[in-house]
Design a protein around this ligand. Sequence first.
Ligand SMILES: Cc1ncc(C[n+]2csc(CCOP(=O)(O)OP(=O)(O)O)c2C)c(N)n1
Ligand SMILES: [Mg+2]
Length: 387
Amino acid sequence: MSETSPDDADPLADEDLYRVLDADGRPLPDATVPDLSDEEFRAIYRDLVTTRRFDERAVSLQRQGRIGTYAPCAGQEGSAVGSTHALAADDLISYQYREHGAVVVRDLLAEYLPYWMGHESGTEAIADGNVFPLNIGIAAHLPHAVGAGWAFDHRDEDRVVACHFGDGATSEGDFHEAMNFAGVFDTPTLFCCHNNGWAISIPESRQTATDTFAQKATAYGFDGVRVDGMDPLASYAVTREAAERARATGGGDGDGSGRGEPGGDAPRPTLIEFVEYRFGAHTTADDPSAYRDPGDVDPWRALDPVDRMETFLRETGRIDDAGVAAAREEADEVVAAAIDFAESVDAGPSDMFDHAYADLPPEVRRQRDELLAAVEEHGEEAFLREE
Ligand SMILES: Cc1ncc(C[n+]2csc(CCOP(=O)(O)OP(=O)(O)O)c2C)c(N)n1
Ligand SMILES: [Mg+2]
């Protein structure tokens, strides 16, 4: 932030990006507020509150040893929740590992949480809600997401794919291959790049020499847009527009004929750069004080997406104290129920062998059989760590 910034509390004040709400949550003078019903605005707020609550409890569960490593999303809820509200229920979501808000919007929290406890059943269940399993191998899901969109195109299905990834993912070859393919074959793909300023300890300035991540789309022949990702309504609006562009003719030609003809209405992909900030650690295994000053986070907290949405709703008469209290209470209940469900999942020792291969290779099969024989001989108790 420059010292001459007109608004010291707002680190994005000088940036050229799409915004609906100002730093406090009031519509900007020239902004177009999305045309949503009161109920839809409140649903966005409810999902933001639930995502924040889930995040707080997940970090706490990890500290208690009740889940494994977890990637906190506080600060980034606005983009995941806002963008998912702009999709149809049968649009596909493919994500990295921090966009928990997308899963909350799809009402899949209970099914999803077991993943973070080490159970594959979680990722299996969310597929039924049109959410691909999360992907930790950075950018490896991008070509798959493009392929899924291409398949929709071939089948004349009017569906798009929102593919989420981080700023760090843009340095992987998979990102460039996926972007190129999408541009050439007009796949209905929304490349949702979450620029949270960091890839673990690597700052944005060491990730790319371009001014923005959005401008990378130019090299692949389609549009890139930059949006305040901590503004849920701006995130909604740009995603909505990108989804419409991806649907275009309601399906696509699927014939691999290349770019849309000049003046034509072929579906087009879009790269959306959500500019935002990660308030907490990269994961529960990370200590951000090793690479950034804790004070760096403060200006970004002034853009808290949950607070801004609440202010918007209050000041436009769409929610009052009782409504806010009810949303928080509901969030507590939804998250508590998800935790109860996840902790009731029963896992067997052979589960870890079940999902990586359709047919186990001989060496892995041998390892599984050896483990099962040992469990049989000594009993499961012998393999459990004493707490
Ligand atoms: C292919 C690959 N390389 C390295 C890693 C280790 N790694 C895990 S998260 C991460 C940073 C990713 O940063 P970004 O894409 O910006 O996402 P963020 O964590 O900021 O949400 C890295 C390098 C990995 N998971 N996969
Ligand atoms: Mg990042």
